[in-house]
Ligand binder design. Structure first.
Ligand code: TTP
Ligand code: MG
Length: 230
């Protein structure tokens, strides 16, 4: 499944491009994806698509994120099914800007979160299979390719600290071991064998550093994203 990921992206790159140059920002919960993206507000040729957490906490007044953490065995399927929908929606949204930057993707939802919930027994076999069938159908039938991934790599301990500081109410039960599991799945997907995948290219950022040090890193990476001809 992970191998097919680069094929999906390659196929879309070679087809007649009907989407903007798409950069996806990935990393553990609390790794700083939103903060990283905020830096790009100043570039007028970059359209920012932040993660739809607001939608996940209020679907016709249901807090799906909240109930998923309270009773994952009962609600993980419902939650991940909705995440998948909102992610496809985000992949498919067009923008007048030549560059599109997204917080997360359909891929991390599938390769990291769905995988982890299944491994923990919160998703049963039939639920996992249905989510996966949807995922594969979407990948084969919709143009949801990605041109570049920025991976904000953190120690799970650092992610936990930031998550606690932020204090999103729904996440009060998220433990260090849960973040470790998610970290390992991000690594397995984006840096198998410790080496970043090349298709699509993954730019690995050491995101354990302080905010001011991260600002310097963002300035360094900006030209790679913004000064490119589409
Ligand atoms: P993240 O997608 O990691 O977003 P964030 O805003 O926490 O990250 P950052 O601090 O780097 O900006 O997680 C949002 C919440 O949604 C978090 O509690 C994990 C959860 N989640 C799932 O449970 N399943 C999923 O498929 C996704 C994408 C998120
Ligand atoms: Mg965020």
């Amino acid at each position: 499944l992970l191998r097919s990921f680069s094929q999906i992206c390659r196929r879309d790159m070679s087809s007649l491009r009907s989407r903007p140059y798409t950069v996806v920002v990935e990393g553990n919960i609390g790794s700083g994806k939103t903060t990283f993206m905020d830096h790009f507000k100043q570039y007028e040729d970059v359209a920012l698509f932040s993660e739809p957490v607001d939608k996940w906490t209020n679907v016709e007044s249901h807090n799906l994120l909240g109930i998923m953490y309270k009773d994952p065995k009962k609600w993980a399927m419902t939650f991940q099914s909705y995440v998948q929908l909102t992610m496809v929606n985000m992949h498919k949204q067009r923008c007048p800007e030549p560059i599109k930057m997204m917080e997360r993707s359909l891929y991390s939802a599938r390769f990291c979160f769905v995988e982890n919930l299944y491994e923990n027994g919160y998703l049963d076999g039939p639920e996992y299979v249905v989510l996966d069938e949807w995922f594969k159908w979407i990948c084969s039938n919709l143009d949801i390719g990605v041109d570049m991934i920025v991976y904000l790599r953190t120690h799970p301990e650092v992610a936990l600290e930031r998550m606690k500081l932020r204090g999103r109410e729904e996440e009060s039960c998220v433990s260090l071991s849960y973040l470790r599991q998610l970290h390992n799945l991000h690594e397995k997907w984006l840096c198998p064998g410790g080496v970043p995948i090349t298709s699509p290219p993954v730019y690995v950022v050491d995101a354990n550093r302080s905010f001011s040090e991260m600002e310097k890193e963002m300035k360094r990476i900006s030209p790679l994203i913004c000064n490119r001809n589409n």
